[in-house]
Write a protein that binds this ligand. Structure first.
Ligand code: DGJ
Length: 730
């Protein structure tokens, strides 16, 4: 039955439903390795009885004890699949509503479920729930990406009550895990200091990770986490759940260790200031929560997410990317056509695919010569660019490279013609002083007219310059003084803003499906899979000090694949160009330097490195990532990518400590190779005038040897970064 259904659309799978001896029904959502099992008891109450390795015999799910068999659950819904508030629930709810008649309670009973194969290897299960007393329904969606071992879960809420219902909380998922111990790794930071990990044991009570920033929502923490079960998270072994909310606004991730010492995970939109008024017959769809369960530690979890993201989420996730030269740090706001033309030529000489013109090219009444003016006035500044963008696009193209442009279309400067013309398009309270974040305000994307304006900023640019090759979409401010001049219910604003943004991006992508677009938010203020539905790549941080970037990129790599990580070589930090290049290579390379200031050997090195990169980038972008030595616990950071055929690998090792004798003293054990294959090792990116200490002779090593004994890349204070290529010796 199951095999038959894989190729069929709309197939109701009875085989996925097991009935236990008790007469309970079991709904099984399975990937290649994992199962999530929902039990429907005789009272039609849906609970989650298993999330972990799948069993060989589907009938045995019926024997799994609910609640980890730890004692009495006073309510019998500690492990609800979607805990409703207000009736008998005593714990953190997934959903809390006030009905049209003022009743503040909800009960959700199982009605039916459907399972259908929606594409090859993707099975969607819908579980329909309903309040027995009110015409109020919730449908839970579970999309199982079978090969990638990823489950995408969201819910849809609707009702036919007489008036609007208020949704106080409306989470995306509600997971339940019985175990002895839980270790949560979460990430925190600030501008230029993104993604610092903290691993903490979870104890009874609730730990909340959240954002209330509106836009640039991930400035302090992202909606991504790891939970290790029973023992702290290890790279290669143990049970780990990696989860991330696909939402670019306020989020809340709640981790509750319940009275039975079981873990409840409730991720979703932040209920803070967001009681949502839902009209009858209107659907409210929550954002999706994405998660993967791995019993091969953090490494297994991240490889699953990477494969999923490349194949199913990021536009052209298995395609190409453009290397680029950006002018931001080379010129800041101070440029003109002449300077830019010289930079195009430099970019060509260096060997990149595209020149990216950053902030400062627009505004006339209030020219954008610093970060205080001009946002919203997306016309070329006639003093800096008298011949317009079209001229620059052609100039770049005649120098042999493509041209891309920076935009920050959601924002407005208080000093701008846009603000003068449309003060009601700006998010601000009517009776309070304006507060600025980076001297700017946020446009009200809950307003359709503003959505049209933002869409037209992109569309007009593309219509006038059809060969424009790249957009960097920035977002530098958070929402202060949240208030919309047009919205009816102010507490819908945070949600409607993000939906408005997605509407715009949906329209942009419908018209320009292949345009490469970088997701930037004053660094990594918006790195989530909601936005990455539309963007080909993201900007992890303004901090491009290569030493710092090793740590920042390392932590993003738990969730996001290297093909999407924009890693630029800049003048931040004290590292030599080789080190900066080697670090940038673990993703999509870009430059933000004055090429003409490079010394002869630096330029030669960079030109050669770009050629090498072109040859090996497919392995880095599309291969499996194995983190070998963590920069947090070793003198070196070391990680490798292995292609699917396991006949090629690129291996990076960097010195991260500078004490006497710091380095890779011993061989590092490799991972992910084929033990039966033989590999030849060659050093890449050897700096002009230096020699590789890795012997170039014909010695080959078996995958078995390299993974059991290892190999020393010989990183030390004289060789601070080493890139090695492994190729099968045939
Ligand atoms: C913040 C971005 O992160 C930078 O790369 C740069 O584009 C500036 N904004 C421009 O204002």
């Amino acid at each position: 039955m199951k095999q038959l259904c894989l190729s069929l659309f709309l197939c109701f799978l009875l085989s996925f439903t097991a009935n236990g001896a008790s007469g309970d029904t079991h709904i099984t959502i399975e990937t290649q390795q994992t199962a999530l099992v929902i039990r429907i008891d005789k009272d039609q109450t849906p609970t989650l009885v298993h999330l972990g390795p799948k069993l060989r015999n589907i009938a045995e799910y019926a024997a799994i004890p609910g609640n980890g068999k730890r004692g009495e659950d006073y309510t019998n819904i500690y492990n609800s699949v979607y805990t409703p508030a207000g009736s008998r629930n005593l714990l953190e709810p997934a959903i809390q509503v006030t009905h049209a008649d003022g009743n503040p309670s909800l009960d959700l009973k199982y009605v039916r479920h459907e399972t259908q194969a929606v594409a090859d290897g993707i099975v969607l299960t819908k579980v329909y729930l309903k309040d027995p007393q009110y015409p109020f329904e919730v449908t839970l969606y579970y999309k199982a990406y079978q090969k990638e071992d990823v489950i995408e879960q969201w819910s849809s809420i609707r009702h036919t009550e007489k008036k609007s219902v208020t949704l106080h909380k409306y989470a995306s998922a509600n997971l339940y895990i019985p175990a002895q111990n839980y270790y949560l790794t979460h990430f925190h930071g600030d501008w230029a200091n993104e993604m610092n990990p903290s691993e903490i044991p979870l104890t009874e009570g609730i730990k909340i990770l959240d954002s209330k920033l509106g836009t640039r929502a991930d400035l302090f923490q992202p909606p991504s986490f790891l939970v290790a079960i029973n023992q702290p998270a290890d790279e290669n072994q143990g049970e780990v759940i990696a989860g991330t909310l696909s939402w670019s606004g306020n989020f809340q991730l709640a981790f509750e260790v319940d009275p039975l010492h079981n873990l409840r995970i409730i991720p979703g939109i932040n209920p803070y200031a967001s009681a949502y008024s839902l009209a009858p017959n209107t659907e409210f769809k929550t954002p999706a929560f994405l998660f993967t369960y791995s019993n091969q530690g953090k490494g297994g979890a991240s490889r699953s997410l990477h494969r999923w993201a490349r194949k199913h989420r990021i536009p052209q996730g298995e395609g190409n990317r453009l290397t680029l030269l950006n002018n931001w740090e080379a010129t800041y706001f101070d440029f003109n056509e002449e300077k830019l033309s010289a930079l195009f030529k430099d970019g060509k000489k260096l060997g990149v695919d595209l020149f990216l013109l950053d902030d400062g090219w627009f505004g006339n009444k209030y020219p954008r010569n610093n970060d205080k003016t001009g946002l919203g006035d997306w016309q070329e500044n006639v003093k800096k660019l008298p011949h317009g963008l079209g001229y620059l696009v052609k100039e770049a193209e005649s120098s042999g490279i493509k041209f891309g442009i920076w935009l920050e279309p959601e924002m407005v400067s208080p000093k701008s013609e846009l603000y003068e013309k449309h003060p009601d398009w700006v998010i601000k309270l009517p009776n309070r002083s304006e507060y600025y974040f980076r001297n700017q305000l946020v446009l009200d994307l809950s307003n359709r007219k503003v959505q049209d304006f933002v869409y037209n900023v992109v569309n007009d640019l593309m219509t006038k310059n059809p060969t424009l090759g790249f957009i960097k979409w920035d977002c530098n401010a958070v929402i202060y003084n949240a208030y919309s001049a047009t919205i009816q219910n102010q507490s819908n604003l945070y949600v409607d803003y993000v939906q408005g943004l997605y509407n715009v991006l949906e329209r942009v992508r419908a018209k320009y499906p292949t345009l490469p677009m970088m997701l930037c938010s004053g660094g990594g203020g918006r790195v989530d899979y909601g936005a990455l539905n539309y963007f080909t790549e993201y900007w992890p941080s303004d901090n491009t000090d290569a030493l710092e970037r090793i740590f920042i990129q390392w932590n993003y790599s738990y969730f996001f694949p290297s093909i999407a990580s924009c890693n630029h070589i800049t003048d931040w930090g004290k590292q030599p160009i080789k080190f900066r290049t080697d670090v940038a290579m673990m993703g999509k390379i870009g430059y933000d330097i004055v090429v003409s200031k490079l010394t002869e050997p630096e330029l030669t090195f960079s030109q050669e490195a770009l050629k090498t990169y072109d040859r090996v980038k497919d392995v880095i972008w599309k291969g499996d990532l194995f983190r070998l030595a963590s920069p947090y616990t070793n003198d070196v950071a070391s990680a490798m990518y292995v292609n699917e055929a396991k006949d090629r690998s690129v291996w990076f090792t960097y010195l991260v400590k500078n004490r006497y004798k710091a380095g890779s003293m011993a061989p590092i054990k490799l991972s992910g190779l084929d033990p039966a294959k033989s590999y030849r090792i060659q050093e890449l990116n050897v700096y002009p005038g230096t020699n590789s200490t890795i012997s170039k002779d014909t010695v080959t090593y078996s995958g078995n040897y390299l993974m059991t004994i290892g190999f020393n890349p010989q990183v030390d204070t004289r060789r601070t970064s080493v890139v090695l290529e492994l190729a099968e010796a045939k």
